[in-house]
Design a binder for this molecule. Sequence first.
Ligand code: CO8
Length: 258
Amino acid sequence: MSFVDYEDKGAYGVITINNPKQLNALNSQVLDDLNAALDQINVDTVRCVIVTGSGEKAFVAGADITEMKDLDQAGGTAFGKKGNDIFRRIETFPIPFIAAVNGFALGGGNELSLACDFRIASENAVFGQPEAGLGITPGFGGTQRLARAVGPGYAKQMIYTARNIKAPEALRIGLVNAVVPQEELMPLAEKLAGQIAGNAPIAVRQCKKAINEGLELNMDDAVALEEKLFGECFATADQKEGMTAFVEKRKEKHFTNK
Ligand code: CO8
C-alpha cells in the first residue's frame, strides 16, 4: 500500500499525499512513496503536476514527530537529507509543480509547498513552521525557501515565533497566489495546469530553469542565462508554430514538444 497516489490526467498529473490518520504527516515511508510517485511522471506527455493532500483538513501537517522524536544527531541529519533530496527533486523537476494547499501546511508540509513552483490555498488552509517550538530548525528547506518566497522579515517572524498563519495572511505576504473555497481549490489548480499545458512545453521548461537558476545568480550572469535559454527556443519547432499562429491570426496552436 502506498501513502502517495499519482494520477496521470493526460496534460497534467496529480500527486496526493494520503496518510490521513496522521493528517498526511511525512514519515520515511511517505517520503519514499513521494519519491516513487515522481518516478511515475511521464515528462514527455505531462506538462504540470498538482500536489495536494487527501481529505479536507490537511495538506501535510509536517514531518512525523513520532518518528523524529528519538533520533540522534546522525539520524536527524539523515532524515533532513532524505526530505531535502526529494524536495529539491521537485524544485528542479523539468515541469512546473502547483501546490494546492487544502488545509494544514505545517513544518515539512509548508516546506513541501515551497518546493513547488507556486501555491494556491483553500480558505481553511493554515501555514506555519512550528519547529522552534519542537526544539529543531525547519529541516526540509524552510529556512531557505520561505525566506526567498516571502522575504527574510516575514520568514524570520514565522520561524522564530513558530506561530501559524491563516490563508488570508498567507495571501497578504505572498506565500500563496490565491485563496478560494475548498470546493474550488482543485478546479482552480486544474484550470492553471491546463493554461500551463496549453503553452509551448519546451518554452515553459526553459522559463522554470531561467527563473529558478537565475534567482541564484548576479544580474549579469542571470540575464546571460536568460539569453542562452531564450536563444535555444529558436531551435524548436514550437517557436515556429507559436509565432506562425500569431502571424496567421490563428487561435489554435499545435505544439509538438519539439
Ligand atoms: N507528526 C505525527 N503525527 C501527527 C502530526 C505530525 N506532524 N500532525 C498530526 N499528527 C497526528 C496526531 O498525533 C493525531 O494522531 P492520533 O489520532 O493518533 O492522536 C492525528 O494526526 C490527528 O491530529 P490531531 O488530533 O492533533 O488533530 P487536531 O485537529 O487536534 O490538530 C494540528 C491539528 C494542529 C495540525 C496538530 O495535529 C498539530 O499541531 N500537529 C503537528 C504540527 C507540527 O508541529 N508540524 C511540524 C512537525 S516538525 C517538521 O515538520 C520538521 C520538518 C523538517 C524535518 C527535518 C528532520 C530532521
